[in-house]
Design a protein around this ligand. Structure first.
Ligand SMILES: C[S@@+](CC[C@H](N)C(=O)[O-])C[C@H]1O[C@@H](n2cnc3c(N)ncnc32)[C@H](O)[C@@H]1O
Length: 392
């Protein structure tokens, strides 16, 4: 992806950009709040900050880019204003100028916040400087890694940030770009930089030679990256949110959240899950644009969740907190609390399970529970058990 493409990125405000911004902005509040309880300094680093704003070429409408979104969130909260230092890195001098102006102007208009910094350099160099200034020990940092392409998405840089206490990353993972690089005649250094090791890149490169099937190749690439996060970066939890391409029925990219905190994993999954709701109210860790595709079954929320729940109830009633609080934080579990709730409500509606009150014995049917706006609910603390009736 060249500089021209990078610059054109800001001439439209696409639905997928909006989704990315919404997920990021929604998560930042709980992140700063939770991590901020035990830390007086927090940091937000936007490693691919862009121009600061988007302008729709056809209408002239202007939208905030990720830097202004984050700054507005920080400025809206007294605690965040005092605690969060924000740094915006952008390599392209043409895009850097408006970025710098937007950030400086925002700082002047909001003297109550810690004054934000900007740096015109690569993501890797910018983070290197921050690490040097803090002797390798950054305050808890939320890192946004949002390249247009693949180049510059330095694994080692993300790893250095993730090694600092309570730090987390939100990464735009350009699977389309990786597919292209992996299809080249020989191993590209960009792939090595992305995966952090030549050996891992070689393994992926060879594995991809073994199949032409698009969904298998996609899964190989994604799982290779998540494995690298887990094994080489020591990231316990990673969540991939799939974003479909606008015109073609294939994956465009994944938004990957990396964290070592159970609560962060749980909260982000729920935010992503809700953002991926279809019109029928079904949730998923994906944003479908062009239409339903041959997407990877791993991301189908219904692949076996109901069966797994029914199996867990064979030995007797279980508190729903088991699913809502324990199962959702299993590192390999890509279902959110909302997804478990939805599956339990479906099982109740089909007569396969019944809900018991918090005393574990009194039946508590759907109509006797709270029904805000006529919707069925299932709060924490209730129990569920098998009715013995098979589904119809
Ligand atoms: C997708 S845009 C960023 C959009 C921005 N995060 C937002 O949401 O408003 C990617 C930006 O990264 C910049 N960029 C590309 N390679 C870079 C690198 N190695 N280091 C820093 N910035 C880079 C591009 O010039 C471009 O402005």
């Amino acid at each position: 992806m060249g500089r021209d493409n990078d610059r054109e990125h800001f001439d439209d405000y696409r639905a997928q950009t909006q989704v990315k911004h919404e997920i990021l902005a929604t998560y930042l509040t709980p992140y700063f709040r939770i991590v901020g309880t035990a830390n007086k300094d927090l940091q937000y680093v936007d490693g691919f900050a862009g121009r600061g704003t988007y302008t729709k070429a056809d209408t002239g409408e202007v939208f905030d880019g990720s830097p202004l979104r984050a700054l507005k969130l920080i400025a809206s909260n007294d605690t965040f204003s005092k605690k969060v230092s924000a740094v915006f890195i952008e390599v392209d001098p043409i895009l850097y100028l408006p970025l710098q102006k937007a950030v400086v102007d925002f700082g002047k208009a909001n003297p109550h916040i810690r004054q934000p910094n900007t740096d015109c350099c690569t993501f890797a160099d910018g983070v290197k400087k921050l690490l040097k200034q803090s002797n390798g020990n950054l305050p808890p940092t939320f890192l946004f890694v949002d390249p247009c392409g693949v180049s510059g998405t330095s694994f080692e840089t993300i790893k250095a940030v993730m090694a600092c206490k309570s730090s987390e990353a939100f990464i735009f993972f350009n699977i389309d770009g990786v597919r292209r690089i992996a299809g080249l005649d020989k191993l590209s250094d960009v792939l090595v930089e992305l995966l952090g090791s030549r050996q891992r890149a070689e393994e992926l490169f060879s594995a991809l030679q073994t199949t032409d099937e698009a969904d298998k190749r996609e899964l190989l690439i994604l799982e290779c990256y998540r494995l690298a996060l887990r094994k080489d970066m020591r990231v316990e939890f990673s969540i991939p949110f799939r974003v479909e391409s606008e015109e073609k029925q294939k994956t465009s990219h994944y938004l990957i959240h990396a964290t070592n905190h159970k609560l962060g994993f749980k909260i982000m999954k729920d935010i992503m899950w809700k953002r991926g709701h279809s019109e029928e109210g079904e949730g998923a860790l994906q944003f479908v644009q062009a239409g339903r595709t041959d997407y990877v079954a791993l991301f189908d929320p219904h692949f076996d969740v109901k069966r797994e729940i029914l199996n867990a109830l064979v030995t007797g009633p279980r508190c729903v907190d088991l699913f809502f609080n324990d199962w959702v934080v299993r590192p390999t579990d890509l279902l959110s609390q909302s997804a478990y709730k939805q599956a339990l409500l479906h099982l109740e509606a089909s007569g396969e399970i019944e809900v018991l009150d918090k005393d574990k014995s009194t039946p508590k049917p759907m109509m006797s529970r709270r029904r805000p706006k006529g919707k069925s609910t299932l709060g924490e603390g209730y129990y569920v058990r098998l009715t013995g009736k098979p589904s119809v």
